[in-house]
Design a binder for this molecule. Structure first.
Ligand SMILES: Cc1cc2nc3c(=O)[nH]c(=O)nc-3n(C[C@H](O)[C@H](O)[C@H](O)COP(=O)(O)O)c2cc1C
Length: 206
């Protein structure tokens, strides 16, 4: 049987809270990545790990990250797709409800690697009680120096924002999600370009 990677600590009482999460090894991976690794080294680790996306297509995460354009002076954003509207699916809900700091730590490492200073968690609107859990964890992480300006003296800045979805299944599709996040109707954009390559502009950005 495979080892549990994401949920191995989910049973620990109070793991939702910063102190318990930290005492159980939380934020050690972020510390290692931000303090002793370059972004290229983290990217290599992610490629080697064989990690794949959980959005349906199982696309290799490291490969997707290597597509991210890095023009100087242009802000980059990381969007966490927590729309999870597929009937009977609850892996994202479970993770956010019981291990919000694990998500925050993952977003921190990912944002550092991609050079994103703003991250949005787009969460299924029907998960009405979870944004409060996330906001509380974000506030705890910020109080303890894992979010905000100059994170733990590394010079890296990050803010995480929680955005409630409007309750449409299509908003889980990545380009519709971005439209919705930008305050527009959640219609999918034509692809290509794909969001990892270009997200700004309107539906016809070229
Ligand atoms: C109709 C539709 C609904 C989708 N809903 C979700 C969703 O709820 N959650 C999700 O992660 N991906 C969803 N996707 C896939 C996303 O478009 C995208 O491929 C995914 O967020 C990429 O995830 P990854 O970066 O983990 O590979 C949906 C796609 C379609 C076409």
């Amino acid at each position: 049987m495979g080892r549990k990677l994401l949920l191995d600590k989910a049973h620990i009482e109070g793991i939702r809270y910063y102190d318990v999460y930290r005492k159980n090894g939380g934020y050690a991976a972020a510390e290692k990545a931000l303090k002793s690794m370059t972004t290229d080294q983290v990217l290599d680790e992610v490629k080697k790990s064989g990690l794949r996306g959980r959005g349906g297509a199982g696309f290799p995460t490291g490969l997707k990250w290597s597509f991210i354009a890095k023009p100087e002076g242009v802000p980059r954003y990381l969007v966490c797709n927590a729309d999870e509207s597929e009937p009977g699916t609850f892996k994202d809900r479970y993770l956010m409800e019981f291990l919000p700091h694990l998500l925050i730590e993952g977003l921190l490492i990912s944002s550092y690697t991609l050079g994103a200073n703003s991250t949005y968690i787009y969460i299924r609107g029907e998960y009405a009680w979870i944004p409060d859990i996330l906001e509380e964890a974000i506030a705890e992480a910020k109080k303890n120096g894992w979010l905000g300006k100059n994170i733990r003296g590394t010079g890296f800045d990050l803010e995480i924002y929680v955005q409630r979805g409007g309750g449409a299944y299509i908003c889980g599709e990545e380009t519709a999600l971005i439209e919705s996040l930008e305050g527009k109707r959640g219609n999918p954009r034509l692809k290509p370009p794909f969001p990892a390559v270009k997200v700004c502009g309107s539906r016809l950005p070229w």
